[in-house]
Design a protein. Structure first.
Length: 227
């Protein structure tokens, strides 16, 4: 039989992120999504949705089926909203793109670390920059024949909120994780996610919004053993 230490090691390998090999060095964080990929996905969905909706509407008008036309009007309004969303996602491609660097690749509850930021693009358009550290809990439930996922925010820490032009362009801050917080975790039904969220307010244009996932590792097994 497996002892408790072996079971804990197996549990961690399955449920929490694996620690990177090699020295603990500064790490360039990756965004959770591609702006171009997001825009393409929105346009693909908008084209499919509106094509089907307008085809049904066209044949209903031709056949004089006003009941179907009235019912389809709801889907037409949804299609317009989806189309506007695709346009919004396309405009976001041209926003400045933030680059975040974390001072260390191994983060644990209670750790103190530095995050620096720069941007590619015209940062003069950004009126206010907000960077927050967020801990998010996800739970997936079975609802009929489909699954429903709920997200709740259990930790939020403002790292930066500024309208100062020099700080918007580049800078750094030191963060400290709570000692009693939950590390990153992911299973088939539950997850604990940590992200650095960057938001930039831009006048008369879609705001800049990027999320950068970070991994918080559990304390080492040796540190959990009683003295």
């Amino acid at each position: 039989m497996k002892n408790s230490r072996e079971e804990m090691q197996e549990f961690r390998c399955d449920a929490v992120p694996l620690e990177p090999e090699g020295p603990d060095e500064p790490t360039v964080l990756s965004s959770s999504h591609s702006r171009i990929g997001m825009a393409i996905g929105c346009w693909f969905f908008a084209i499919i949705w509106n094509s089907i909706t307008w085809a049904i509407t066209y044949f209903s008008v031709r056949d004089g089926n006003w009941f179907v036309i009235a019912f389809a009007s709801i889907f037409i309004l949804v299609g317009i909203a989806v189309l506007l969303g695709a346009i919004y996602a396309t405009l976001q491609i041209f926003n400045p793109k933030p680059t975040l660097v974390c001072s260390q690749s191994r983060l644990y509850p209670g750790a103190e670390f530095e995050v620096s930021w720069t941007h590619r693009g015209n940062t003069g358009r950004i009126q206010e920059l907000l960077i927050t550290l967020e801990g998010i809990e996800e739970a997936t439930f079975k609802q009929g024949t489909s699954n429903r996922t709920e997200r709740s925010l259990f930790h939020q820490q403002t790292m930066l909120q500024t309208t100062d032009r020099s700080e918007i362009n580049e800078g750094f801050r030191v963060l400290e994780l709570p000692h009693d917080t939950m590390h990153s975790f992911k299973s088939s039904r539950n997850a604990v996610l940590w992200v650095l969220k960057v938001q930039g307010k831009i006048a008369w244009w879609p705001d800049m919004t990027e999320q950068f996932p970070i991994s918080i590792f559990p304390p080492t097994l040796d540190s959990e053993q009683p003295n």
